[in-house]
Design a protein around this ligand. Structure first.
Ligand SMILES: C[S@@+](CC[C@H](N)C(=O)[O-])C[C@H]1O[C@@H](n2cnc3c(N)ncnc32)[C@H](O)[C@@H]1O
Length: 288
């Protein structure tokens, strides 16, 4: 599975309703990888932080924990998807101490939509979904105060798949395609435009950051064993299904991916499949 498999977005499309990131976001390994990034963020009272591409609010919750007890902190949770924001609002309705504001907007229009500058932007597990990354980074740089922090992570970059896991992905996708054909006479479309992009390498991310006036403060590659429940969860995420099986209706795609991954785990006697996460904290250089 490459970053291409993250597919095209379908924000606001009725067909995408219900196919959210929630099941994947509930997993312990996923929480741990995001907690690690949030811990790398330097925090202080009165901070204004954007949780960009907040999705259903999993990282927003971690940010709330990190900012707990810091007076006057504000989190602005931003996502392109109205459906994800609705869920995030419900999930976070109990949050008391830190104010959370919500905004439906795309990363590529961030500074235009959020007038007030911020101390930090956190962008978890979504940068690979953005087609024009240079534009998104320009907006983030514009929104940040000088020395403001930009923290992001992703598991869809060129070095994300350890070579020994290639067999798993090949088997998973070919099995899912066979199931689709067998059960529904369907096959992924070659015509459907997949917005997803070639996965960037670590060096390309470094260069992108430098070009937009960021200095990298911390960059780590973390290897995470992803259990079956993780693959079942990602198979319910609309963006993922569209990328892996372009043009296939989400319900059928989800079921085929899930049935296939269960079979591959069984056949290869797997406990987990390791995957690398890129974790980065950069700082907006003064004067940029
Ligand atoms: C995989 S989820 C990540 C959610 C959360 N940040 C996390 O780490 O758990 C990706 C989210 O990115 C959002 N997204 C995709 N492209 C976007 C864009 N260009 N601007 C803002 N949000 C975007 C999707 O709507 C989705 O909610």
């Amino acid at each position: 599975m490459s970053a291409e498999d993250q597919g095209e977005r379908g924000h606001g499309q009725e067909e995408g309703r219900g196919f959210t990131f929630s099941r994947f976001a509930r997993q312990d390994f996923y929480k741990a990888v995001n907690v690690h990034l949030i811990q790398l963020l330097e925090v202080e009272p009165g901070m204004r932080v954007v949780d960009l591409a907040c999705g259903t609010g999993a990282v927003t919750k971690l940010l709330l924990e990190r900012l707990q007890g810091l007076r006057d902190s504000v989190i602005v949770a931003v996502d392109a998807s109205a459906e994800a924001l609705e869920i995030a609002k419900r999930e976070l309705s109990g949050a008391a101490t830190t104010a959370v504001e919500f905004l439906q907007a795309r990363a590529e229009e961030l500074a235009e939509r959020l007038k007030e500058t911020v101390d930090a932007v956190v962008f978890c597990n979504a940068i690979h979904l953005v087609e024009d990354k240079a534009q998104a980074l320009r907006e983030i740089a514009q929104l940040l105060k000088p020395q403001g922090q930009f923290a992001f992570n992703s598991t869809f970059f060129a070095e994300a798949q350890p070579p020994e896991t290639e067999r798993f992905y090949l088997r998973w996708m070919s099995r899912a395609i066979r199931i689709l054909r067998r059960d529904h006479g369907l096959r992924p479309s070659r015509e459907v435009k997949v917005t997803a992009r070639r996965p960037l390498s670590v060096e390309e991310y470094r260069e992108l950051l430098r070009a937009q006036g960021f200095r990298v403060r911390r960059l780590e590659l973390e290897t995470v064993p992803v259990p079956l429940e993780g693959w079942l969860g990602i198979s319910e995420f609309g963006d993922f299904i569209r990328g892996a099986l372009p043009g296939v209706p989400l319900a059928e795609g989800c079921r085929a991916l899930q049935e296939a991954v269960i079979a591959v785990f069984r056949d290869l006697e797997l406990q987990a499949v390791p995957r690398r996460w890129l974790q980065v904290v950069a700082v907006r250089s003064p004067g940029s």
